[in-house]
Design a protein. Structure first.
Ligand code: HXC
Length: 515
């Protein structure tokens, strides 16, 4: 072909690829308040940095009318570019092309992106908007999904993998996002479920809408499937870019380290945050905000298991992961959801060398048949296992209660924490003084002339003996009892001291976390 004609052909094909499924379908996408795959990629990457790969790929199937419906790119835009100056790979499913459905060629393009991301040690972001397995292509669509699942699993812990759900994500398709590290959903326009409302109605006779079954709110509050929800696509993409700024490029890269000039390390406000009564709640987020660099706390899983607060922050410019009991919700008790939420976050941070800060105020594990029958034993063990296995720098600050098994589980030095600080208000004991007195002085109380007065007297006796941090400090379980206002300063120094920590778990194929 003559040069000029060849150039024209290229321009024509490029223009065709940019059109996706055509103007009418693009309009329909916009009418639903959704952006197209290409518009999403534009927002995701630094201006002008996106390099598309596989733009001319097409499907090979000719069945069920597909011979007349060939689209360049096969319904997924793939490539790499820069986000805040760092290389990131991404794919965006194009709902305007055959409903973004996934089949052989579409899957091959995603697999190539995952392979490149792993090979070159960069994060990968998937923008999901798809009707699922392309029905016309049959089993190759299922094979394509499995090829992706396999790669998601092998990439786990090697590079950060993030999934944004911006439309339908149903059936087995949900398992690719589920295998990645973080999921974000857009309110009102995205949903995820293994079986949709119609099947649910047939099988269980429940009537439920897509939104109620698998919308952003359901997964943020009930299932915990999504870590983040966003009001629209623009804030979703901005949110993911912000998330990425806390993460290393890969498991060997080391955490991002922003310039930090110091100053303002003493936080007097922390001296008054603990209420006078040990039964009174306070908001652990206030403590976090005082400890970390200004406005740097990015909460993960905010609406799920609110008795546990987890998220990323910066301390003296360096990324850290925070796991904190929340006394303002269910008194900060550990239950099944809080344990799995905390455990998963600990494992992500450990896999990517992000140091861990634990803020502890926990009255113990939640009692009851619901918790026992649903497996608080196995699920609580996940959090314990995750901490015990983590080799990143780990520091605990006990702000108030550290009772019972929860004292051990919440990153105690016995399970490998590097440093454990306690505030003077810390109570480190097998249980609260009231309950303890009732058990060990049962006889004295029941035979007393005034049982209530005796109980109160024994309670204060027990509290005097144990409701403080000094017995633990005397044993070295607590390294130092510190004034709350000094905590930020202590943490900056201690994490600095631990910066070159080297620790390894015993050689083995892999451990057996109680799943
Ligand atoms: C082929 C599909 C498709 C699919 C949608 N389309 N899903 N084509 N395979 N899976 C096409 C439609 O035919 C239509 O084409 C266009 O995409 C837009 O779809 P609409 O239905 O018009 O859009 P909307 O009303 O927004 O509804 C979206 C939807 C619906 C809810 C996703 O399309 C739907 O229910 N699709 C089928 C979903 C499904 O059952 N997928 C298989 C899941 S099982 P035209 O040409 O008319 O514009 C699965 C297994 C994975 O995925 C297993 C992995 C292990």
């Amino acid at each position: 072909m003559a040069h000029k004609k060849a150039m024209e052909r290229l321009q024509q094909l490029r223009a065709e690829a940019m059109q996706g499924g055509g103007d009418a379908r693009i309009e329909a996408q916009h009418a639903k308040g959704k952006l197209t795959a290409r518009e999403r990629m534009e927002l995701l990457f630094d201006a002008g940095s996106f390099e598309e790969l596989g733009q001319m790929v097409t499907h090979r199937s000719t069945l069920f009318g597909l011979d007349k419906q060939t689209y360049l790119g096969d319904g997924v835009v793939t490539g790499y570019g820069q986000i805040h100056g760092r290389t990131v790979y991404a794919f965006a499913q194009d709902f305007t092309v055959l409903g973004g459905s996934l089949a052989e060629a579409h899957a091959e393009k995603i697999c190539r992106i995952l392979d490149l991301a792993v090979q070159n040690g960069c994060p990968v972001i998937g923008l999901n908007d798809s009707g699922g397995a392309r029905i016309q292509e049959g089993v190759v669509s299922l094979g394509g999904y499995a090829d992706i699942f396999y790669r998601n699993t092998r990439a786990s812990g090697v590079i950060p993998q993030l999934s944004l759900i911006m439309g339908p994500c149903a059936g087995g398709a949900v398992y690719s996002p589920a295998l990645t590290d973080f999921i974000g959903m857009v309110q009102g326009s995205s949903y995820m479920f293994v079986t949709g409302p119609n099947v649910v109605k047939t099988v269980t006779h429940e009537e439920v809408s897509s939104e109620d079954l698998g919308g952003a709110s359901a997964h943020a509050t009930k299932s915990g499937v999504t870590h983040f929800t966003y009001v629209n696509e623009r804030t979703a993409i901005e949110g993911f870019k912000q998330l990425l700024s806390y993460l290393p490029q890969n498991c060997e890269d080391g955490v991002p380290h922003l310039a930090y000039s110091g100053g303002d390390e003493i936080r007097s406000r922390l001296n008054t945050v603990i209420p006078e009564s040990a039964q009174q709640p306070y908001d652990m987020r206030e403590v976090i905000d005082e400890l970390v660099d200004a406005e740097s706390f990015l909460e993960v899983h905010k609406e799920f298991a609110e008795n546990m607060v987890v998220g990323f922050a910066r301390l003296a410019g360096r990324s850290i992961g925070i796991i904190a009991n929340q006394p303002a919700y269910l008194a900060g008790v550990l239950d099944i959801h809080a344990s799995t939420k905390g455990g998963r976050f600990v494992r992500f941070c450990d896999a990517f060398q992000i140091p861990l800060l634990v803020l502890e105020d926990v009255p113990g594990f939640l009692p009851g048949t619901d918790q026992e029958w649903n497996g608080i034993i196995t699920n609580g063990a996940k959090l314990l296992y995750a901490f015990a296995e983590a080799t990143v720098p780990r520091i605990t600050v006990i702000t108030r209660k550290a009772y019972g098994g929860a004292y051990d589980v919440m990153n105690s030095k016995h399970i490998g924490a590097d440093m454990n600080y306690a505030w003077p208000s810390a109570e480190i004991a097998v249980m609260g003084a009231k309950g303890a007195a009732e058990i060990i002085f049962k006889k004295d109380i029941s035979t007393a002339q005034d049982p209530a007065a005796t109980w109160a007297e024994k309670e204060s006796e027990y509290a005097e003996a144990f409701a403080h941090p000094y017995r633990a400090a005397a044993r070295g379980y607590v390294d130092e009892v510190i004034e709350p206002s000094q905590t930020r300063n202590k943490l900056i120094r201690a994490f600095g001291m631990l910066e070159n920590k080297v620790a390894h778990n015993p050689k083995r194929k892999h451990g057996n976390i109680p799943l």
